[in-house]
Design a protein around this ligand. Structure first.
Ligand code: BGC
Length: 381
């Protein structure tokens, strides 16, 4: 009798497991190996509205976001590739990756911390960009663990960057967690600890076209940036250390404005178009509190993207270096056909510690770096 009861219980339990597997919101598939032979995985997270987010363990990368338009039609609104070779090719302009250990530029590829100079890889003229060369965070394979809890689901990626990797001091333990809820909000939570003083600036580098990745332009997208000021740059795109007003410039997006309306006024400047860090108006918001930094609207499809963050800055990059290379499904990604909205500390902060109004990027042993960015998708009628 007891044996029968135990068997029945096991049977019922296994049925439960099959049922939960059938309705699981996160699936996992292989995505080939990197050129160094490391296997990578793709996780697909689905919410109850049918919104899907795909995440690749190489670079803890956001490789797909299927969201509905005003008629409920889904389209994938971020750039990416169908295979590992695409991600490892020159056509990959950091599409959707976790960027670091220091996203954006560090002047002359070096900085001094506590009196010691650290040399980094110069991969952008004389400067260091997006964490360096072969072992920047976008190129290494992270450990992904899917989760489903309290009505949300997602993937937690973990990676430990060894002391000295790409020239950065300290062994750095990092986590990047992507969480999708049923309000079509994708939250990215970053955290890191280091065993030596170091510098850090993690971000996500997704390229968005709300008409669907592969649509010809974002010139018609309306952008709002909650920023009265930006950080001007020199000829090599290094911040000058000044905070300048956007008022009266093509960088004034305080009210919704078509990206293409004034972009040509910037084509002959060093940024070749939009490629600027904006100083987010945080008002009275406390440290760690989210504020709305940006809102992007595609009037054609009605899709909207609202970016919220606890960070002080947001880089708006308008795809000036895109050249029509082919991505997912053979679609081409032309000049200025997507934009990145990268929440972060200000560029070149390692060389601007102590400059008035500038941001802190130093992480010391015993401290924890945290950063939250929410990409909230919606529709406008
Ligand atoms: C930078 C651009 C750079 C691009 C590379 C952006 O974050 O602001 O200057 O060319 O990344 O994909």
């Amino acid at each position: 009798m007891r044996r029968f009861a135990l068997q029945s219980l096991l049977f019922i339990a296994s049925l439960g497991m099959i049922a939960s597997a059938a309705f699981a919101k996160v699936t996992e598939t292989d995505f080939g190996k990197t050129k160094d032979g490391v296997p990578a995985k793709v996780f697909e997270v689905t919410n109850k509205n049918g919104m899907k987010v795909r995440l690749l363990s190489r670079g803890a990368t956001l490789i797909g976001v299927d969201v509905p338009d005003r008629d409920g039609k889904l389209a994938d609104v971020v750039f990416g590739f169908d295979d590992m070779a695409g991600y490892e090719s020159k056509a990959n302009g950091y599409f959707g990756c976790t960027t670091g250990r220091y996203a954006n530029r560090i002047a002359k590829a070096k900085f001094t911390l506590d009196g010691k100079e650290y040399k980094l890889f110069a991969n952008d003229g004389p400067n260091h960009l997006h964490g360096g060369d072969g072992e920047s965070l976008d190129k290494v394979v992270w450990d992904g663990t899917p989760f489903e809890k309290d009505g949300v689901s997602g993937v937690e990626f973990a990676y430990t960057s060894p002391d000295g990797q790409e020239g950065y001091p300290g062994k750095q333990e990092m986590k990047v967690t992507f969480t999708l809820n049923d309000k079509n909000e994708l939250t990215i939570d970053y955290s890191a600890k280091s065993d030596k003083p170091t510098v850090i600036n993690l971000t996500n580098h997704a390229y968005f076209n709300l008409g669907g990745a592969g649509s010809p332009t974002i010139n018609d997208h309306l952008l709002t940036l909650n920023a009265d000021r930006y950080t001007p740059v020199d000829e090599t795109l290094i911040t000058t250390g000044k905070l300048a007003p956007v008022d009266g410039t093509p960088l004034d997006f305080r009210t919704p404005t078509a990206i293409g309306k004034r972009v040509d006024q910037l084509t002959k400047t060093s940024t070749l178009g939009y490629d600027h860090n904006f100083v987010i108006n945080r008002g009275d918001a406390k440290q760690g509190e989210l504020v709305e930094a940006a809102r992007l609207v595609d009037p054609q499809s009605g899709r909207t993207l609202t970016v919220m963050t606890d960070q002080p800055g947001i880089q708006f990059y308008g795809g000036n270096f895109l050249k029509g290379d082919k991505g997912k499904g053979g679609k081409s990604y032309p000049y200025r056909s997507a934009c990145a909205l990268e929440t972060q500390v200000f560029p070149d902060s390692p060389n601007k510690q102590g400059v008035e109004g500038w941001t802190d990027c130093v992480l010391r042993p015993g401290e924890e770096y945290t950063h939250t960015c929410v990409y909230a998708f919606g529709v406008e009628k």
